[in-house]
Design a protein. Structure first.
Length: 221
């Protein structure tokens, strides 16, 4: 029986970004974004599937007025990470304190934002993880709007589609396409197991130069 998305998220949660980055190198895939630092508190490590939000200037999505990010929270849950593009050039928060509270109540794993976020002290107090490129106090009101939810967005130099897989920790944020997730997980798990064996060898007293010689240098081949 094939693995469910929840099963795959559970496996991804057990890995760190460095092991997954090595796996992407081995498979000649992209997806790594650096410079999105953890701004909130709580888990320094989150994983899930992307619910994407595209923000910008101009006309919001059709229908009754709705606060940016609200739709993503309403459809999200514990296996989800909200991924926001706010690359308008306008300094305005793409995420705020009440949104963090709403996402926390829904059990959403966290937020990744290419753009400014605000109310970070509130996110820290409630232990809600946020990774973002900047912080601000400036409101989105009158500055930016939500263009759409669950459309492709640009984060760093990566295009992220709805339901892509997301892993974030203090080293990087990584996005993995749904079509690649199983082979990336398999490669990353092999790499993590090899590194664990090498760590045990170091703890057992083997010289680090021996442990980190050919075995480490050729590990991705």
């Amino acid at each position: 029986m094939s693995a469910t998305p929840s099963d795959l998220v559970m496996r991804l949660r057990k890995l760190d970004c460095c092991a997954v980055s090595d796996a992407l190198d081995q498979l000649k895939l992209g997806g790594v974004v650096t410079g999105l630092l953890q701004q909130g508190s709580g888990a320094g490590h989150i994983a899930g599937r992307a619910i994407t939000v595209k923000l910008g200037v101009g006309v919001p999505h059709e229908g009754p007025p709705k606060h940016l990010g609200a739709t993503a929270i309403e459809i999200g849950g514990p296996d989800d990470v909200i991924v926001i593009e706010q690359r308008s050039g306008v300094e305005a928060g793409s995420w705020g304190g009440l949104l963090s509270l709403g996402a926390k109540v829904k059990g959403i794993a966290g937020v990744v934002a290419h753009g400014p976020v605000r109310d970070i002290d509130q996110a820290i107090e409630m232990g809600f993880p946020i990774f973002a490129s900047a912080t601000t106090s400036r409101t989105a009101r009158g500055r930016i709007v939500e263009i759409a939810t669950n459309v492709p967005v640009s984060i760093g130099d990566v295009t992220v589609s709805p339901a892509d897989y997301v892993l974030a920790d203090r080293s990087a944020v990584i996005f993995i396409g749904a079509s690649d997730i199983e082979r990336v997980l398999a490669a990353a798990e092999r790499i993590a197991a090899k590194e664990e064996a090498m760590a045990k060898a170091i703890l057992a007293g083997q010289p680090i130069g021996t442990v980190m010689g050919a075995s480490y240098e050729h590990m991705l081949k």
